[in-house]
Every structure is written in structure tokens, then in C-alpha cells.
Design a protein around this ligand. Structure first.
Ligand code: ADP
Ligand code: MG
Length: 390
């Protein structure tokens, strides 16, 4: 009979790392969330080679004393919850106490941290989960984490990383999301010595959008704000007539956490259905504030997916708020002049025909050629028999 053994902490951390830090962008997310949880007013992120060779997150937050810093690197060590029932009201980004030990188990990891009350900082160096040193160091108050050679000690995982360009794109997008959700924090993102964006603290998400996504997107959006009991929806919505071929510019935050939520995106698409042609999407950057007790953020390893306790209530609030905003935007007193969606034409067999948006077709799992070569059914009966034949 095979012997049953408890795994060492190092192996357990490497296994957990597979879930928490599957790629560089997950490291960035966990570290930036820690900085925000630590009350940082200033966060600087730097990476090289798509984060594979180097990633640094530095903040001016509350820092840690030497004992706290050592404890923070143990599994399930967290200052954010005490008991299971605290999970019902999590107000911080982190709560599992898994990120730091997981990241440290699969990289060369240097943590430097100093609380404002102390004159000295602490430097802890861990390589592939093994502690190399813990010593005093001079530094300003705050915390700096440097992660290099990610997954070098686990070649199996390194294989799954995409090209440096792809990983860099994810890192930049994620940094922008957190910057967007926290305009009162000064954010800087540096890629291999080049500043990607530097955004000083500002008053509103609209200012942030202009600084980090550019004037083009900022000018295609209008601000909205709606409240109903304990739900609040605010942010920026595409002006009627604005649409995109992908959902990339539909960005949602729940309690300032970037999320992928079908409930939110479907409600917004539905509210825009008279303004946006089928297969195209309205640009939207929306922040939902909701009692943390009615959202479950503990359903996904990276907390990207969430579950609302009362999904229909959230859905109808979003739908009604966006509809009301669009109605106000297009009322005669608003000065809105309806524009028909722009239809592009292309030549086919010597005739000009409306161009099909191939990206929109891809969303439905079809390619342009298959769609065009299928005979078009005339009746329900024909549709059914056509489906049977396929
Ligand atoms: P979690 O965020 O789930 O608590 P982490 O492993 O990410 O778990 O962090 C462990 C603990 O280390 C945190 O609870 C926090 O007390 C401390 N910590 C981590 N990063 C920072 C930081 N940048 N500044 C201050 N404290 C930090
Ligand atoms: Mg954390």
C-alpha cells in the first residue's frame, strides 16, 4: 500500500501557486491589491520581459515590522480576516493569505518593508521557496516586492506562459484597471525603463480614463450615477451611437474590484439594444457599489468571477439605471441627434453589399465563409429541416 504523507510547506505552496499565480499578471494583481489594502497613496509597478524576468511593485502603505513580514510569508497568514464569518463582509481585496508564500515559492523573491513607526526596514530574500536571508535595510516607509525569474524552478509552468508581448499586454491592461478604480492613488507603470503611464492622484475616473486610455475613449463616454437603496452604479457610458466590435471596452468593477460578470455585461448590452447594432458592444466603464455581504468573491482562485446573492435584483437595477441614463441622453431637451449606425460596403460578384463584421460573427462561433455559403431558410419549417441536415 502506498505511504500517505503530508506535503512539505514548500511543495504545498508551489501547488497553491498554480492556482493563485498562473502567470505574471496574477502576480501584479496580487501585489497591487496588497498595496491598496495597505492604504497606499502611491503605487509604482515596473516589469521587464512580460514580467517573466522581473516584476516590482512598490508602495508607500503601512508596511510591516520584521515579525509581521516573516509571518506574511507563511501559508494562510493574513491580517485581513479572523474567522469564517468574516468572509461575509470582506472589505479588503485579499483575505486568503496565500499570495505572498505562493509567489515566493516559484520565483526569486525580495520583500523590503518598513512601517512608518520604525526607523529601519526589513529585507527578506527567498529563492524558490527557500529563505536565503532576513536582515535590516534602509528604506522609506512602505513596501517593495521584487519578483524575478518567475517559474524558473517549475519549468512545467513556465512552458505555459505566452510570448513576452502577450504577457506584457495583460500586465498593462491589469495595471490600468486598478489605476482606473483608484483615482485617488498616484499610479506609475514602467516597462523596461520606459514609462507606460504615470497618473497623479485625480478627482474622478473620467480624468483617469483620459490619462491612461487617451482622449479618444474619454470623449466617447458620458458620466452616469444612479442609486437605489444600498446599490450604487456610477462611471462612464458610451454616448448613444458609439459601439465597438469587441467587449474589450466593457469594463466592470464591483466594490472597486475588476470583475468579469455576465450579469453586468448582459444588463448593459440589453439596455443599449436600441442604440447598438446586434453583434456590437457599447463602451462602458462602470463601478457597482454593493454591500460586501451580498457578494461572494470566493468562487474563483483569482476572484475574477463573483456571485451576487440576489442576481435578479442587481440585474434589474443595472438595466433600469442604464436605460434611464440613455433616455435622458437622447431626450429632445438633451440636443441629441440620432445617427444611424455606419454601414460599410464591400464588393461581391460585382455588386456592392453591406460588409459583415467578421469579429462579430466570431462571437457566435461562425466564420464569414460558412455563414455566407449556407442557404437562407424562409420559414420555421425550413429552419428546422436545415438544422437537421447540418
Ligand atoms: P492576503 O492579502 O490574502 O492577506 P497575502 O499573502 O497577499 O495575503 O499577504 C499576507 C499579509 O501580508 C497581508 O494580510 C498583509 O498583512 C501583509 N502584506 C502583504 N503585502 C503588504 C504590503 N504591500 N504592505 C503592507 N502589508 C502587506
Ligand atoms: Mg493579498
Amino acid at each position: 500500500m502506498p505511504e500517505i504523507r503530508i506535503l512539505s510547506d514548500q511543495v504545498a505552496n508551489q501547488i497553491a501557486a498554480g492556482e493563485v499565480v498562473e502567470r505574471p499578471v496574477a502576480v501584479l494583481k496580487e501585489l497591487v491589491e496588497n498595496s491598496l489594502d495597505a492604504g497606499a497613496q502611491k503605487i509604482e509597478v515596473e516589469f521587464r520581459n512580460g514580467g517573466k524576468s522581473y516584476l516590482r511593485v512598490e508602495d508607500d502603505g503601512m508596511g510591516m515590522n520584521p515579525d509581521q513580514a516573516l509571518l506574511a510569508l507563511e501559508r494562510h497568514a493574513t491580517s485581513k480576516i479572523r474567522k469564517a464569518s468574516d468572509l461575509n463582509k470582506v472589505g479588503t481585496f485579499g483575505f486568503r493569505g496565500e499570495a505572498l508564500p505562493s509567489i515566493a515559492s516559484v520565483s526569486r523573491f525580495v520583500l523590503r518593508t518598513r512601517p512608518i513607526s520604525s526607523n529601519e526596514g526589513t529585507e527578506i530574500f527567498i529563492n524558490g521557496g527557500k529563505m536565503i536571508h532576513c536582515k535590516d535595510c534602509g528604506m522609506p516607509p512602505g513596501t517593495r516586492v521584487e519578483v524575478s525569474h518567475l517559474f524558473n524552478s517549475v519549468p512545467g509552468r513556465r512552458k505555459f506562459l505566452k510570448t513576452e508581448v502577450t504577457e506584457a499586454t495583460h500586465l498593462i491592461h491589469m495595471a490600468k484597471l486598478y489605476a482606473l478604480a483608484h483615482p485617488s492613488v498616484t499610479f506609475t507603470l514602467i516597462e523596461g525603463g520606459r514609462t507606460v503611464f504615470r497618473s497623479p492622484a485625480c478627482d474622478s475616473p473620467a480624468d483617469r480614463v483620459r490619462e491612461i486610455f487617451g482622449r479618444g475613449l474619454a470623449e466617447s463616454l458620458t458620466p452616469m450615477d444612479a442609486q437605489e437603496n444600498d446599490l450604487r452604479l456610477s462611471g462612464l457610458l458610451g454616448k448613444p451611437g458609439q459601439s465597438r466590435s469587441t467587449r474589450k471596452e466593457m469594463i466592470f468593477f464591483v466594490n472597486r474590484r475588476p470583475v468579469d460578470s455576465r450579469t453586468l455585461s448582459y444588463a448593459v448590452i440589453e439596455a443599449f439594444h436600441t442604440f447598438v447594432p446586434k453583434g456590437r458592444f457599447p463602451p462602458a466603464i462602470l463601478f457597482l457599489e454593493i454591500d460586501p455581504a451580498v457578494v461572494d468573491v470566493n468562487v474563483h482562485p483569482s476572484k475574477r468571477e463573483i456571485r451576487f446573492r440576489d442576481d435578479p435584483k442587481v440585474r434589474s437595477f443595472i438595466l433600469n439605471s442604464v436605460l434611464a441614463h440613455n433616455r435622458a441622453m437622447t431626450s429632445p431637451s438633451s440636443g441629441f441627434k440620432p445617427t444611424l449606425p455606419v454601414v460599410e460596403y464591400e464588393e461581391e460578384n460585382g455588386r456592392q453589399v453591406p460588409k459583415i463584421d467578421s469579429q462579430a460573427l466570431e462571437l457566435f462561433g461562425q466564420s464569414k465563409t460558412t455563414e455566407l455559403s449556407q442557404p437562407k431558410p424562409n420559414s420555421l419549417q425550413e429552419t428546422i429541416s436545415l438544422k437537421k441536415k447540418r
